[in-house]
Design a protein around this ligand. Sequence first.
Ligand code: HEM
Ligand code: HEM
Length: 175
Amino acid sequence: MTSPYVQRYARPAIALHWAIALAILAGAVLGLSLEAIPREQRLPWANLHAVLGTLILLLTLARLYVRATHIPPPLYDRDWVIALSKVGHVALYALTLALPVSGLVMWWLRGRGLDLWAFQIPSPLAVNRDAAKLAEEAHEIVFWIGALAVGGHVLAALVHQFVWKDRLLERMRPA
Ligand code: HEM
Ligand code: HEM
């Protein structure tokens, strides 16, 4: 029997889902490695992390635009699974916005701009060490909540695919 799940997300939605997932993975590895880099060599790596994070923010905004203009394939399942998926997806979108925003605010409050090599974007905020500390804590907390949410998301995808065998992954599989 053909699973009703095989209706696929729109191409740009699939491309953005995987580009953002890979960029978040790279950003997380780089972010977690920053502390291990000697302080005097850290700035270019922290800047790379900040630029990658800002790119994730822009890609997420593009993704929300695609989400608003391409109706996703309908979810077919028990009501509780659909409700949980909706809450999970909204949480994932919120976290992929909150993570780079908290990072950018922290960065700007430290007086740092974005160094895009060919040109610089200066910080629009006045330096405030105490507020930067709060943003740093927010960035870390949002990251760990996000890591839990992504873990739950991947687990849910695997349960659909291999326990319920409803071929959910087809919907998001790159062409
Ligand atoms: C950082 C990593 C990831 C993030 C932030 C993320 C985020 C999201 C979001 C927000 C959606 C909802 C799309 C929408 O309806 O607009 C989604 C859907 C989906 N994701 Fe992910 N995802 C990530 C990684 C993964 C991985 C590793 C897998 C595979 C194991 C996966 C499989 C899926 C599938 C199959 C759907 C479609 C679900 C459905 O149709 O109900 N995702 N993802
Ligand atoms: C989705 C994108 C992002 C991810 C996944 C991410 C992830 C992380 C992680 C895991 C850490 C280590 C936290 C810890 O110490 O436990 C970190 C630190 C950091 N992030 Fe991000 N981040 C993102 C975006 C950004 C952005 C856009 C900026 C700045 C513009 C930024 C600036 C920083 C800085 C400066 C640190 C080091 C904090 C310190 O000095 O200890 N991040 N990030």
